[in-house]
Design a protein around this ligand. Sequence first.
Ligand code: SF4
Ligand code: ZN
Length: 320
Amino acid sequence: MKEKKIHYCTECKRDMKFIPSVTTIGEFGLYLCEKHFIQWFEKWVEHTIEEFEMFDRQTPVIVALSGGKDSMVLWYVLNKLGYRAEGFHLNLGISGISEKSEQAVRELGQMIGKDPIIVNVKNEIGAGIAEISKIFRTPPCSICGRIKRYYFNRTARLQGFKVIATGHNLDDEAGSLLFNLVNWNEKYLIRKYPVLREDPMSGLPRKVKPLALMAEDRILLYARLNNIPFTGQPCPLGQDAKLHIYKDMLTHLEKQNRSIKRNFYLRFIRKYQKLFQQLPTKEKHKKLQKCKICGEPTPSDVCLVCKIKQAVKDNNPSLE
Ligand code: SF4
Ligand code: ZN
């Protein structure tokens, strides 16, 4: 049987030390030990934040925490790098996973010495995501995404945060870019960028993705090496299966060329995204006004969440 070749850390070798590597950064020709991988990871996140002018060390940032590895690593690493990052978790009331997600968020808060802000959908709206999707007869993910956006924006605004950071990774971003290009979804391609500028007119905060250039397997490795708590359990209400096909296709292509995902996504955001921004769309000019019940920005008189609250009351008499 062929013996497995040991690769030593490229950085350690410079000091004539021979430490076995824990991973390879193929696109830069590096083999890295645990210590140097952690350093490389943190530098790369800092570099992404600076290149796309996401925020500086004085700006208070709120990190949207799902309890999964990406957002949990993001909160941890931003604090380690000295950014003013607070955690926000929305408990979605999904039985089987929401309790575990909230628990993981609390554990990470204890580990880094911070209290996360936690909002519970069942307390706020009167029902969890599964029940709401039944009442509205819509797929859970579409209603869930809109509820999450509402509470991220609202919490950021009420607590004085100008920036919301999410844990989207390179695999997510490259996969959805491929999906949106193949389907020529101009509306999404216009917004496909690691930073979405704030809108002073409506009061919507800036949205940033500091892990957009970091591959998923490296985030997982960083989480494990730093003992960061997270839930690995997928949501039982289902992910977007279509998007997974595109993510898997890129992962398959990457077996031939480790740089393919990074190059595909980076080239788009550095060069071609500008072209899409010039396209006129209805979405771009949609006027927002204040919801007459809660005051959040909305294209109609009453926002979606206020409408959901009313519908939950009407459809479930036990909630009265
Ligand atoms: Fe919400 Fe869908 Fe994600 Fe579950 S899979 S948390 S329902 S968006
Ligand atoms: Zn409202």
